[in-house]
Design a protein around this ligand. Structure first.
Ligand SMILES: Nc1ncnc2c1ncn2[C@@H]1O[C@H](COP(=O)(O)OP(=O)(O)O)[C@@H](O)[C@H]1O
Ligand code: SF4
Ligand SMILES: [Mg+2]
Length: 351
């Protein structure tokens, strides 16, 4: 596929970069009405051995970003702009056959519903063995022995017996461990995990997150972790990218972004998370992200932003799109109010 616009790899892309996404745009080919892009100019980098969390409300384009990287977009969706670089390869130009070799071998994905993703007609052992045979050319016996090792490594008791089980015989937590074993079997450098613990109870969730962290430490695995749960981000991620209406509006180390959030949207997300965990209260950000999809002028967040009103900069906010500018260290934010030289009254919005 020839793309209309393919920006160069991002500034600072080096051998240490596991994944670099520049200017990614994903559109749905609608029969009659042209719709707003679901991912719209997204820039994202994951360094080797790093866990980066991609957070944002439902519908902000997180899953489509992941599926774009994997080359697994649903029918009708297509990458219309951008470049996705894995190591030294531009994935947006690779033929499907080459992508098949890369998937499972150099990158793998973990989905939210492990039981749905596992094939009910095959034993879990044969599913974990598949990448071993496909990418490493292991014979039946070697693959079987390696499957047992992999299942044991992800904390599955009695791995010899469990290898012969079917998906319906496993708990949700066990099924997700099997999926992790299958994802890691091909020894990928990058794991994309899309809400991998959402369907699991808190104890199992913590075990799965510890397992990912251990893999990162032991084998230098890079992880792009998609979640709407900010407590997960603080417990596991090195860096965080906050996504709104198809693009990143704030990014930095977890410490930079969560201790000193610059973007009013990040502040609102943090407030919602805090109220939920401390008071059990559900707080949703007033308005809806669909108000912002495909806006072709101004800041995407301006229809919902309380800070713009407080600062009296609504004209600026609705007129010009703020760039993603540096606000110290690796912390970057897309908001006129956080730009050096403009008065900072972020606390005024009370979030
Ligand atoms: N299969 C689909 N068909 C049409 N539109 C879709 C489809 N999947 C996603 N979208 C659109 O793309 C937006 C972003 O989706 P998604 O990436 O799944 O968001 P997230 O993972 O952040 O919740 C959705 O709000 C929806 O409008
Ligand atoms: S640029 Fe303006 S509208 Fe956008 S987040 Fe900042 S203050 Fe709000
Ligand atoms: Mg999603």
């Amino acid at each position: 596929m020839r793309l209309p616009h393919r920006p160069p790899p991002g500034p600072g892309t080096t051998l240490d970069t596991a994944l670099d996404v520049r200017g990614l745009r994903v559109d749905f080919a609608e029969a009659d009405t042209p719709s707003a892009p679901a991912v719209d100019g997204l820039d994202l980098t994951v360094r080797r051995g790093e866990i980066v969390a991609l957070v944002g409300e439902s519908g902000s384009g997180k899953t489509l970003t992941a599926l774009s990287v994997m080359g697994l977009l649903p029918p009708g969706a297509q990458i219309t702009e951008g470049r996705i670089t894995l190591g030294d390869e531009d994935l947006t130009t690779l033929p499907p056959k080459h992508m098949n070799r890369i998937r499972g071998h150099r990158m793998a994905m973990l989905f939210q519903q492990p039981k749905v993703m596992l094939d009910p007609t095959c034993t879990v052992g044969s599913q974990v063995a598949e990448p071993l045979r496909l990418h490493w050319g292991l014979g039946r016996h070697q693959a079987k022995a390696r499957v047992v090792e992999l299942l044991r490594d992800v904390g599955i008791p009695e791995p010899e017996r469990r290898a012969s089980a079917y998906a319906h015989q496993l708990s949700g937590g066990m099924a997700q461990r099997v999926m992790i074993a299958a994802a890691l079997a091909g020894e990928p450098g990058l794991l994309i995990a899309d809400e991998p613990t959402t369907a699991l109870d808190a104890t199992v969730q913590a075990q799965i997150l510890r397992l990912l962290r251990r893999k990162q430490r032991e084998s230098g695995l890079s992880v792009l972790l998609i979640t709407h749960d900010l407590t997960i981000v603080t417990s596991i991620a090195d860096r965080v990218a906050v996504m709104y209406a198809g693009r990143v509006v704030e990014e930095g180390s977890v410490h930079e972004v969560f201790d000193s959030p610059e973007h009013p949207y990040t502040r609102a997300l943090l407030k919602a998370s805090l109220l939920q965990s401390e008071e059990g209260r559900l707080f949703s950000i007033p308005g809806s992200a669909t108000q912002s999809r495909g806006l072709d002028h101004g800041c995407r967040f301006h229809p919902r932003c309380p800070l713009a009103l407080d600062l009296g900069i609504t004209g600026r906010c609705s007129g010009d799109e703020p760039p993603l500018h540096t606000c110290g260290g690796g912390h970057r934010c897309r908001c006129w109010a956080s730009r050096p030289g403009i008065e900072r009254v972020g606390e005024a919005v009370g979030v």
